[in-house]
Each structure stands twice: as C-alpha cells, then as structure tokens.
Design a protein around this ligand. Structure first.
Ligand SMILES: *[C@@H]1O[C@H](CO)[C@@H](O)[C@H](O)[C@H]1NC(C)=O
Ligand SMILES: *[C@@H]1O[C@H](CO)[C@@H](O)[C@H](O)[C@H]1NC(C)=O
Ligand SMILES: *[C@@H]1O[C@H](CO)[C@@H](O)[C@H](O)[C@H]1NC(C)=O
Ligand SMILES: *[C@@H]1O[C@H](CO)[C@@H](O)[C@H](O)[C@H]1NC(C)=O
Ligand SMILES: *[C@@H]1O[C@H](CO)[C@@H](O)[C@H](O)[C@H]1NC(C)=O
Ligand SMILES: *[C@@H]1O[C@H](CO)[C@@H](O)[C@H](O)[C@H]1NC(C)=O
Ligand SMILES: *[C@@H]1O[C@H](CO)[C@@H](O)[C@H](O)[C@H]1NC(C)=O
Ligand SMILES: *[C@@H]1O[C@H](CO)[C@@H](O)[C@H](O)[C@H]1NC(C)=O
Ligand SMILES: *[C@@H]1O[C@H](CO)[C@@H](O)[C@H](O)[C@H]1NC(C)=O
Ligand SMILES: *[C@@H]1O[C@H](CO)[C@@H](O)[C@H](O)[C@H]1NC(C)=O
Length: 650
C-alpha cells in the first residue's frame, strides 16, 4: 500500500459550525458563495515590486502587478463564531489528514535545476525549503514528473558527465514537452536528499509508447530509492493524449485501461521490480474524461492489487492563449479580469465539487485520492495572479478545501522559468552561481497547511478543536475592512490563544509577504530560509463573555492556536538549515552530504527528526496525543471570512 499502516485512513468526525445571523454556513455541496469582488477600481495599496528589469521578460520574474479588487459594499466585519469544541455528534465526516497535505510536483525536465545537478551537488536552497516543511509536517512528498516524464528514458551515461539531457527538436503539443534522457545520477540525487531530510518521492513510468515500454526508472528507482519511493504514475493526463497528438484521435478510456494493463503485466514479469502495488492512475486532468469514466471501465477492480492510489490533476483555468498566441486558443484572458475569481472560497469549492463522488469512491475501494499536479492556471499561470499574495490565500483555502473533500494530498507544480506559479524558482542556469532563489507566494500556503494540520496524521472521534483558520480576501489599507471574529466556546474558554498571520499590503503584492513576521520573498533573494524574527501574537480572551476576538487585516490570513500544545506541535525549535557557507564561498553551494551528516554527531535526517520532536521535551507526551483531525466548518460571509477548525485528540 502507498501509505504506511500507521497512516492508514481513519474515519473521524468533523463538524459544521452553525453561526449566528451574520454568517452564512457553507457545506461543500452547499450554496454558492456570494461573489463580491468586482473588478476595476484602482487600488492605492498595490505596490510595485523592484524586480531586476533584465529578467522581467522571463515569466518567473515578471513584474506585472495587478490592482486589488475594490472593497465590497456593505462588507460585514464583525462575526460571532460559536465553535463546538468537541467533534462529537457532528454531521460531516472526513478522512484523516496526512501531515503537510501539500507536497510538490517538479517537472522532470527541470529536476536538475530545482533539486540539484547530480548526487553530489544538491541545491542548498531546495534543502532549506524542504526543511521548512518537514520541520512542521514531519515529512514532505515530492513528485518528479509531468508531461516530460512520458518520453523520459533512463540511459547509463550521457556526454560530458551530464545527468539529464533535453532534445527539444521532437517536442510535441501545446506544452512543448522536450524528450528527455537521464542517468541514474538523478535517482541517486533524490536518494541523497532523502538521506538528509524526510522527503518521499513519486516518479512516473514513461507512457508515450506502451509497445516499447521503458521500465528502467522503476527498476533503478526501486533499487536506489528504496522505501523513500512512494509509487509510480502510469500515464500523465491521458485524457489529453488525443488532443496533444500523442495518441489517435479516437483514444478512449478503454484504450487507457488496456495500456495500463500492459504496464501492470510488464512489471509482473520484471524480476528487477519487486514492489507491485504502488502504481498511480488515472491522473485525468479535466480534459474530455471524468475520473468516473475511467473507473467505469472496471479500472480499479481489474488493477486493484497494483494500484497504490487514485489520482487526478487539475488547474482551475489556463493561460494558454497568452502562452501560445498561434495555438488556436482564442484571445488571451485578461489577468485583471480573472483575478477576483481566485479571491473567494468559492474557487476551491468549485474545483473540488466534481471530485466529491470520486473521493467517496476512493474510500469505498480503499485507495488514497491524490491531486497529483495542480496550481493556479496551466500554460504557465497568470503573471500578477499566480505570483501574488492573493494566490497564497487562494492556495491555502483551496488546499484546506481539498482536505475537507477527502483528498489525501495535493502537489503544487514547479515548472521552471516559463511559469509564474512556481512555489520556488531557481535562478536561470547561467545565473545560478551568483543569484539566490525566488520564492512564490504559494509556498507560504504549503507552510500554512503544514502548521494547520500538524504532524501526527491520525485523528479520532472525540476530538477537541485545536486550531482555527481565518481568511480575509479584501484589500483595504484604511483598516476599515479588518475583520473581528469573536470566537465563543461551548466548553471552557481558554485564557489566551496564539495567532500567526500571513500578511501583505494588498492581494496584488508580490514581494512584501510575511508569515508570522518572517519572509522568504524577494526576486533572486532567498537561500530558502525564513528571514526576520518570528512573531506570534497572543490574544487574551474575555472570560466574562467567553469569547476570544481575533482580528484579520484586509488582506490577511490568521492561524489561531487554541492551546500552547497545538502551537508546539508544529513550531520548529531550531530548523535544520543548510548554510550556503557549508561547502563553498559562493551563494549557491554544493552540499557535501557527509559533512552535514557528521556535523553535531547526527546525520541530517536524524537531526531533522530530533529537532521536530525535541520541542516536545515538555510536551513529548502531549505530542503523541495531539492527533489532528479535520473540521469541515467553512464559514464564509461576503467572501471575507472563512473559518476552518482542526481538531486534535484530547
Ligand atoms: C448597503 O446598505 C445600504 C444601507 O443599509 C442599503 O441601502 C444598500 O442597498 C446596501 N447595498 C448593497 C449593495 O447591498
Ligand atoms: C469525507 O469522507 C467522510 C468519511 O467517509 C464522509 O463522511 C464525508 O461526507 C466526506 N466528505 C465529503 C465532502 O465528501
Ligand atoms: C556533479 O556536478 C558538479 C558540478 O557540475 C561536478 O563538479 C561533479 O563532478 C558532478 N558529480 C558527479 C558525480 O557527476
Ligand atoms: C517515445 O519516447 C522515446 C524516447 O523519447 C522515443 O524514442 C520514441 O520514439 C517515442 N515513441 C513514440 C511512439 O512517440
Ligand atoms: C526525433 O524525431 C526524428 C524523426 O522522427 C527521429 O529520427 C529521432 O530519433 C527523434 N529523436 C529523439 C531523441 O527521439
Ligand atoms: C550520494 O550519492 C552517491 C552516488 O552518486 C553515493 O555514493 C553517496 O553515498 C550518496 N550519499 C548519501 C549521503 O546517500
Ligand atoms: C482508432 O483509430 C485508428 C487509426 O487512427 C484505427 O486504426 C482504430 O481502428 C480506431 N479504433 C477504433 C476503436 O475505432
Ligand atoms: C460515482 O462514481 C462511481 C464510480 O466511478 C460511478 O459508478 C457512479 O456512477 C458515480 N456517481 C455519480 C453520481 O456520478
Ligand atoms: C544569463 O542569460 C540572460 C538571458 O539570456 C542574460 O540576460 C544574462 O546576461 C546572462 N547572465 C550571464 C551571467 O551570462
Ligand atoms: C509590507 O507590508 C506590511 C503589511 O503587511 C506593511 O506594514 C509594510 O509597511 C510593508 N513594507 C513595505 C516596505 O512596503
């Protein structure tokens, strides 16, 4: 099975908080949320970012700053939020949450820019970024794949000691996917990352030609990565194959079913592949096929023993017309017009709605359901949206909404220089000796989900509310649209609660973004470590009224920890960082794993684990008991307030 047994899905209770008059309660199948963000008014708070103008023609470093939508009329800013501290008797059930929830999907063709050059040259910035997540979530999942996996072929060696080589001459389709050759170095490189940090990997079996299968990645991947390997995707977005001219125009779900079977059989006949239950499919991507149309071929019953998880991929919209002006996509979409569609809880609800039957089905057949690749928009995303603070709020909301909808994990895609949505972007290759990385706003969303969901990955019925998440999508520098949520409890009112804020001056902001006072932002400026002093707000609760009033600036996000134990669970004590001075004097340093492994007398992996638990020396016992569950309480009012509660075991 894909998930270790200690993470096996446990059904637990979540609840819908029924609020007073000023709040509308939205269930996942419920009412459409009121759209309040009209477009148009200039926004005084939109700040321009100082981006090296020499690079602004590269999408990843574009300097497009949009206008924040105007403040909605008659915005409600005062909310009474009664919360039920116990999940007992609560209506909506949800599966347990995997720690972290958000992982990353790295396009195969850029893995040697993102992760490192080879097994002895790992990117320090990448390690630091992954350390941020693993410190909070305990582990992180990364898929190396995408369109470029389909033609990737493992070879023994390449000229000039290269570990990966692209051939763009045979690129096909609107995604202009290069064919790839790679050597085992790439797999050793991933293994060496996992030797330093608790990182687990998904790979893909090339599927462009099942009459000429190339299983080298599975044979070598299993041998080199061992139990750091979670599984293999079989077919990336097969519903687009006909359209992308990778298959005949009549390519059908039955054809995919048949080809999947070819791979299952070939693996069964391959004695170099011993793990035979870790395949991932069908990975349809909102093309002409629904997941059900594949399931209805008998896919899961036919391949039950081979399937580790069911998967889909999804981008809520695309920017293909701008990316490929002659591609027959029609007129380009105007990012300013599209922006408000991301600044509402309705976006996440709309995305998950078509998958609710599938996540339910996945539970029935006992498989995790994965969002294997996602981000703001396909074909590179929208400059000014995908790299804005608004996208950070959106991705945090969307991730929580997927979790409520019983997805088991979601992977944010990293596509490289041509994409605006990357959670992190290494500098162009010719600059990587001088420049640092550029961290995208959606990386903060992954950090937030890691902290919101905690580390244990199990949950139980009589949980106790431990964390609340509050969103304010409105931009209003006057302060008049700051939300005040008065949280009241049916049980004991805590004396105080702790709050971490995600803040920026505007939803259009690209650079000045902070999480609990710390930042990763700045074009070409990040070594993957948070800068600045962490600041956690303490809010005193009013015992006479039994309320704790939490303010959320416009725009902003607040993660409210209802106990110090809840905070301690995800609060890194001393983050394992990989200093750029470790090995060389250059900004971008090679990491010599043996140096790191022997420092402080612990291996990197051991240190990571020690650090994430050492905080609990006062709370080691409570850590074991802090088993976060999931609350399905989404309170949304005029697009401004969204509330999610996370339960932990008492
Ligand atoms: C805003 O409130 C005022 C006063 O209550 C009311 O007259 C007006 O119709 C409301 N506007 C909207 C758009 O709801
Ligand atoms: C999630 O799964 C639980 C447990 O099966 C179920 O009760 C709940 O209704 C599901 N949630 C959604 C939104 O489908
Ligand atoms: C890895 O890449 C670095 C930098 O290009 C090079 O110096 C080193 O020899 C390579 N190592 C291997 C094992 O190929
Ligand atoms: C599949 O990809 C391989 C490697 O790039 C290539 O050699 C082969 O011609 C491709 N097959 C088809 C049918 O496109
Ligand atoms: C590219 O396509 C040409 C013509 O179909 C073929 O001869 C060549 O082998 C292909 N190259 C790769 C790397 O697939
Ligand atoms: C890194 O990879 C190389 C293979 O290129 C291997 O010899 C070395 O032991 C690995 N280091 C770690 C820490 O796994
Ligand atoms: C699909 O089209 C191919 C030619 O492109 C043809 O050989 C095949 O018979 C067709 N299959 C079906 C089921 O119509
Ligand atoms: C839900 O999915 C199952 C499995 O694909 C399918 O048989 C069923 O018809 C679907 N139900 C709805 C309402 O779409
Ligand atoms: C790297 O490439 C970019 C774009 O072609 C160019 O503007 C820049 O000057 C190059 N930098 C170096 C150090 O060669
Ligand atoms: C950055 O944003 C914060 C609000 O999040 C604001 O208080 C601060 O002045 C901004 N700093 C700059 C340099 O714009």
């Amino acid at each position: 099975m894909l998930w270790p047994t200690f993470l096996a899905p446990v059904v637990f209770l979540a609840y819908i908080c029924v609020a007073r008059a000023s709040i509308t309660v939205y269930g996942l199948n419920g009412q459409a949320q009121q759209q309040t963000h009209a477009n148009g008014q200039p926004d005084a708070s939109a700040t321009s970012s100082a981006i090296n103008s020499a690079f602004t023609s590269i999408p990843a470093y574009n300097n497009v700053v949009l206008q924040a939508p105007p403040v909605p009329t008659n915005l409600t800013t005062q909310f009474d939020v009664p919360v039920q501290s116990s999940s007992q008797g609560v209506a909506a059930l949800s599966i347990e949450l995997k720690p972290g929830f958000y992982g990353f999907s790295v396009e195969f063709s850029v893995v040697n820019q993102v992760v490192g050059i080879n097994s002895t040259f790992l990117n320090v910035q990448f390690l630091n970024l992954m350390s941020i997540i693993t410190q909070r979530a305990g582990s992180v999942v990364i898929r190396v794949g995408g369109n470029s996996q389909e033609t990737a072929t493992l070879v023994d060696s390449l000229a000039n000691g290269k570990s990966i080589e692209k051939d763009k001459t045979n690129s096909t389709g609107p995604t202009e996917t290069p064919t790839l050759l790679f050597t085992p170095e790439i797999l050793y490189m991933l293994a060496n990352v996992s030797a330093l940090l608790p990182v687990k990997w998904y790979l893909g079996i090339p599927f462009n030609d099942t009459t000429n299968l190339r299983l080298g990645i599975a044979e070598a991947g299993e041998a080199i990565l061992g139990n750091h390997l979670l599984g293999f995707q079989v077919g990336n977005e097969p519903d687009w194959y006909a359209n992308h001219k990778n298959r005949p125009l009549n390519y059908s779900q039955e054809d995919y079913f048949g080809e999947f079977g070819v791979v299952v059989q070939a693996i069964a006949n391959d004695n170099k592949i011993t793990v035979r239950n870790n395949l991932i499919g069908p990975s349809v991507s909102t093309g002409p096929w629904t997941p059900e149309s594949v399931f209805n071929t008998g896919f899961v019953s036919a391949y039950d023993s081979a399937l580790g998880a069911l998967s889909v991929e999804h981008y809520p919209t695309d920017n293909c017309a701008a990316a490929f002006p002659d591609g027959g996509f029609g007129p380009p979409k105007d990012p300013q017009t599209v922006f408000p569609e991301y600044l509402t809880h309705q976006s996440g609800l709309g995305i998950v709605a078509p998958y609710l039957n599938s996540t339910n089905y996945a539970q029935q057949v006992g498989k995790p359901f994965l969002m294997f690749e996602t981000n703001t928009a396909s074909c590179g995303g929208f400059p000014g949206i995908s790299d804005s603070f608004g996208a950070a709020l959106w991705a945090a909301d969307y991730g929580m909404t997927m979790a409520v909808a019983n997805f088991s994990a979601a992977l944010l895609h990293v596509g490289g220089q041509d994409d605006t949505y990357n959670p992190f972007t290494p500098p162009p290759t010719n600059m990587s000796d001088f420049d640092q990385w550029t961290i995208g706003p959606v990386f903060y969303s992954a950090v937030i989900l890691a902290e919101a969901f905690g580390t244990s990955g199990t949950a139980q019925i009589n949980g106790q509310l431990s964390r609340l998440a509050l969103f304010n999508y409105v931009t209003d520098p006057s302060g008049a649209s700051t939300i005040a949520a008065s949280i009241s409890f049916d049980g004991t009112t805590p004396s105080q609660v702790m709050v971490k804020y995600l803040l920026a001056p505007s939803v259009a902001e690209k650079v000045n973004i902070t999480w609990a006072g710390q930042t990763l932002s700045g074009v070409f400026q990040s070594d993957g470590r948070f800068r600045g002093t962490e600041s956690i707000s303490t809010v005193q609760c009013d015992q006479s009224s039994g309320t704790c009033t939490i303010e959320v600036p416009a725009p902003g996000f607040a993660l409210v920890f209802l106990s110090s134990a809840a905070l301690a669970e995800t609060e890194p004590s001393s983050t394992v960082t990989f200093s750029t001075s470790t090995v060389t004097g250059k900004h971008t340093a090679t990491v010599n794993p043996t140096v790191l492994a022997t420092s402080n007398g612990h291996s990197g992996a051991d240190r990571a684990r020690l650090d994430s638990t050492s905080r609990g020396s006062s709370g080691a016992a409570s850590r074991a008991e802090l088993l976060p569950g999931l609350c399905t309480a989404f309170l949304a009012a005029f697009s401004a307030l969204l509330l999610l509660g996370v339960h932990t075991r008492t």
